[in-house]
Write a protein that binds this ligand. Structure first.
Ligand code: ADP
Length: 227
């Protein structure tokens, strides 16, 4: 099944006289269950594309169908709901709340869901277990290593069992050993659960874990191949 279909997707930033074409009309589709790495020089439009795919921003042109429905037809509250329930985000900066334990950080998306509170504990424990840091459940981010912080952030992205994980340079703050562990974890989550994973990375050694590689240049898709 096609999870994503974009045609001529475009994002132009206009500030005063200056027009920046961040994304110059890209077209591609993604099947449910794919694991894709996006590579390309800084400024080539990778983050812009990921933000549009995750409904964090609206395109200035083109069309985007998610799970068969045109995104333009969704209202803001509907988009916020799919963003929370269907998409897990992972960022370079982890974005964990400092004074909260791993358990409490992973709990956050549940507050904005329809899941009954009696089911929360099991969901949190299952997500934390899936990333292998159950023994760190009661710790705050300041007490965790970089790799463990990113695992906690991935657990938070998983707690609502999303269809897709969007990861924007998730290893940007990690050493090479932890970077590889995080990518292996994303690979395992993709293989075991069939969740679609789209990953931006600068590292070719990490991109090779994906099964499709999209290369971007100047706001365009320059290459797109199975690996
Ligand atoms: P990448 O992730 O590949 O580094 P980005 O998607 O962040 O690239 O940026 C693509 C282009 O769009 C760059 O030229 C960047 O400066 C520009 N850009 C990104 N966000 C904004 C913004 N909010 N306002 C103006 N220009 C932006």
């Amino acid at each position: 099944m096609k999870l994503i279909e974009v045609k001529g997707l475009e994002k132009i930033y206009q500030s005063g006289e200056t027009k920046t074409v961040a994304l110059g009309g890209v077209s591609f589709s993604v099947d449910q269950g794919e694991f894709i790495a996006i590579m390309g020089a800084s400024g080539s439009g990778k983050s812009t594309l990921l933000q549009l795919l995750g409904f964090l921003d609206r395109p200035t042109g083109g069309t985007y169908k998610f799970a068969g429905k045109s995104v333009e037809e969704y209202s803001e509250p509907e988009l916020a709901k799919i963003r929370n329930e269907k998409i897990g985000f992972v960022f370079q900066a982890f974005n964990l709340l400092a004074r909260f334990s791993v358990y409490e950080n992973v709990k956050l998306p549940l507050f904005y869901s329809n899941i009954p509170e009696r089911d929360w504990d099991a969901k949190i424990r299952s997500a934390v277990d899936a990333v292998g840091i159950s023994h760190r459940m009661a710790h705050e981010p300041g007490e965790l290593s970089g790799g463990e912080k990113q695992r906690a952030a991935i657990a938070r992205s998983l707690v609502l069992e999303p269809d897709m994980i969007l990861a924007d340079e998730p290893t940007g703050n990690l050493d090479s050993k932890n970077s590889e562990m995080i990518i292996k974890l994303l690979d395992e989550l993709n293989r075991k659960t069939g969740r679609t994973v789209i990953l931006i990375t600068h590292e070719e050694s990490l991109a090779k874990y994906a099964r499709r590689l999209i290369g971007m240049k100047d706001g365009q898709i320059e290459s797109d191949k199975k690996i």
